[in-house]
Design a protein around this ligand. Structure first.
Ligand code: SF4
Length: 446
């Protein structure tokens, strides 16, 4: 059966059926609708005021690639200027290749790029060194937790270096839904209290952050990259398979199969979640070492580095945080032993054991820069990764998998003049970017 006409332009053949609305659209109309929705998210949420200097967290992955491409197109209408900021975690065999993808994008988009490295910012600690230390303490599964905390700090530092007034990251709706699930599964009311808002306003001197793709599904992000022929890096980070996020992702897939709206329902649930006063974490104060926002004497990054430097990387990221939440509850009389909201959990910083498994809630999105669900394959050629169940092509003649063309559906080429079409030929992103190592998507944080 031939594909129907596009429901928007009524001229081209439809190439996909949008998962959310069910509308059959051609590639060009889908991309235009996607961009309009991101614009609406930014404008309605007042995320980026005119004149803002925006640091785009760039990982080379699909989410930050799509975010950079869309914001570059919208920047004149929004009246903002863009800077790319990439974080080099120091992950051998992986990040170098991903950074090559970011450099390629910066050149293509003619945007300034700044790379900040863990090793420079954190006293020589690379993620590989952190992993070795964590493995020695039996905490090897917590790599993404450590990485997420450090990346958040690194991105803030990089954004300040380029004079940014705002930070944007590429978290999509699936990333956020996974994070909501993880926080529920861990009983992490502190993070749930921070909620699923589109961003944070920049408390305590931190730069405001937002996630313009937060309402876009992962499927549509991939489809947008496909139709715009964006090239991105899609290998998995070597530490990703151990992350607790993988369990949340698997659970979400099951939920989505039974209830297609589960992803956005979870995101909206987090936005509207109201915690009882007893469950709310205490207002953050300044870290006694670096001045960043902290729930205790030291912020997460300083506490983590403190533990690493002492050879005790089991830090107050998990149970410690929960301890604080419980401390706050006690202070409000909801739990026995009230009045000790300022007291650290028993044993001080080093007793922190994540409530369950590892903790990567601060690692975003796949990339706070993006660390979520890795796609299969190596350097992406713009086509959805084969074997990705989310974008599996529908059977011939069927249109509704939200998949790019197959079986006679539109194979719309990007509009001419799109700078991204100047990308290298399929199968090659950048000669500097060998498809070696693994790739990640950073775990988003709420
Ligand atoms: Fe860091 Fe992402 Fe790798 Fe985890 S998967 S260690 S968050 S880069």
């Amino acid at each position: 059966m031939p594909a129907p006409q596009c429901a928007s332009c009524h001229q081209a053949r439809a190439a996909l059926r949008r998962p959310r609305s069910g509308l059959a659209l051609c590639g060009a109309c889908f991309c235009a609708a996607f961009e309009a929705e991101v614009l609406h998210t930014v404008v309605a949420g007042r995320l980026l005021p005119p004149g803002a200097v925006v640091a785009v967290g760039a990982s080379g992955g699909k989410d930050s690639t799509v975010l950079g491409h869309v914001l570059r197109a919208l920047a004149p209408r929004l009246g903002v200027s863009l800077r790319l900021v990439a974080v080099d975690e120091g992950i051998g065999g992986y990040r170098d290749a991903a950074l090559a993808a970011v450099r390629h994008q910066a050149e293509l988009w003619e945007l300034p790029l700044t790379v900040v490295a863990y090793a420079d910012l954190f006293g020589g600690w690379t993620m590989d060194a952190v992993a070795r230390s964590a493995a020695g303490s039996g905490r090897s599964r917590a790599c993404c937790t450590f990485c997420g905390v450090l990346r958040r700090r690194a991105l803030e530092e990089g954004a300040r270096r380029v004079g940014a007034t705002h930070i944007v990251t590429g978290h999509n709706a699936d990333d956020m839904a996974e994070t909501v699930l993880m926080n529920f599964l861990r009983g992490d009311t502190g993070r749930l209290a921070r909620g699923g808002l589109l961003g944070s306003p920049g408390e305590g001197g931190a730069l405001p952050r937002c996630r313009p793709l937060q309402l876009a599904s992962q499927k549509e992000v991939v489809l947008y990259a496909h139709f715009r022929r964006l090239r991105y890096f899609s290998e998995e980070c070597v530490y990703a398979p151990e992350a607790f996020r993988g369990h949340a992702r698997a659970l979400l897939k099951l939920l989505e199969a039974a209830r297609p709206s589960a992803v956005l329902d979870l995101v909206h649930s987090a936005e509207r979640l109201a915690l009882s006063p007893a469950a709310r974490p205490p207002p953050p104060a300044a870290c006694s070492r670096c001045g960043a926002l902290a729930s205790r004497a030291l912020c997460q990054a300083c506490a983590l580095l403190d533990g690493l430097n002492r050879g005790r990387p089991r830090l107050a990221i998990g149970k410690g945080r929960r301890g604080m939440d419980e401390g706050a509850a006690r202070a409000r009389g909801a739990l026995p032993g009230g009045g000790d909201a300022e007291a650290p959990p028993p044993g001080g910083l080093d007793t922190g054991v994540p409530p369950s498994g590892d903790q990567d809630t601060d690692a975003p999105p796949p990339g706070e820069l993006d660390a979520g669900a890795p796609s299969s394959g190596g350097l992406d050629t713009g086509a959805p990764p084969s074997g990705d169940p989310d974008i599996a092509a529908p059977p011939p003649g069927e249109l509704d998998a939200g998949a790019p063309s197959s079986g006679g559906l539109d194979t719309s080429a990007p509009p001419s003049g799109d700078p991204d079409t100047a990308a290298p030929p399929p199968g090659r992103l950048d000669t500097d970017a060998p498809p070696s190592g693994d790739q990640d998507r950073e775990a988003p944080s709420l």
